[in-house]
Design a protein around this ligand. Structure first.
Ligand SMILES: *[C@@H]1O[C@H](CO)[C@@H](O)[C@H](O)[C@H]1NC(C)=O
Ligand SMILES: *[C@@H]1O[C@H](CO)[C@@H](O)[C@H](O)[C@H]1NC(C)=O
Ligand SMILES: *[C@@H]1O[C@H](CO)[C@@H](O)[C@H](O)[C@H]1NC(C)=O
Length: 142
């Protein structure tokens, strides 16, 4: 009888461990995820540049989809929220006419007990209106 209850405790501990958010997070890695940006526009003045673009990400097994508009300035020191606040962007001017476009998508999982982040970036030129941003990094925080 005592052995059985010890075993039950051990088993439920094991179940807890495997239900730990770490496991689904590790599985969430999906390097083939690609976002699509469109209508990329920049406007520059001596004080800096503004940017605007639309971005969509198709839903995948572990990832909710999104479609939103992002705008901001190249003088911002961090990511700026897009219209959908689960998406953030930062555009950094590189050697003219190159731009480094960074996007972060975040979402809740495990009934709000964990948060996932996907990050992607692309280097583009001013003349590129539509381009893809590959997701290069994905991680979760419990
Ligand atoms: C860019 O994407 C937008 C929206 O998806 C589309 O309307 C437009 O025709 C595309 N432009 C080019 C040059 O592919
Ligand atoms: C960009 O997004 C905005 C708002 O989300 C929408 O009104 C606009 O039609 C979109 N433009 C294109 C070309 O998809
Ligand atoms: C874009 O350019 C920056 C700076 O040159 C570099 O660090 C980064 O790895 C490049 N990103 C991609 C996706 O090529």
């Amino acid at each position: 009888m005592q052995l059985t209850s010890v075993l039950t405790v051990a088993l439920s501990a094991l179940t807890l461990t495997s239900a730990n958010p770490i496991t689904p997070m590790a599985r969430a890695g999906n390097p083939s995820l690609i976002w699509h940006a469109s209508n990329f526009e920049t406007g520059c003045s001596p004080g800096g540049c503004t940017y605007h673009f639309n971005i969509t990400g198709a839903a995948s097994e572990n990832t909710p989809g999104f479609s939103t508009s992002c705008s901001g300035t190249t003088t911002q020191e961090d990511y700026a929220l897009c219209n959908d606040k689960h998406v953030k962007a930062q555009v950094i001017p590189e050697l003219y006419p190159m731009w480094n476009v960074k996007v972060q998508h975040s979402w809740d999982a495990n009934q709000g007990q964990a948060m996932f982040f996907a990050l992607g970036q692309a280097n583009i030129t001013s003349s590129m209106k539509n381009f893809t941003i590959p997701v290069t990094e994905q991680y979760g925080v419990a």
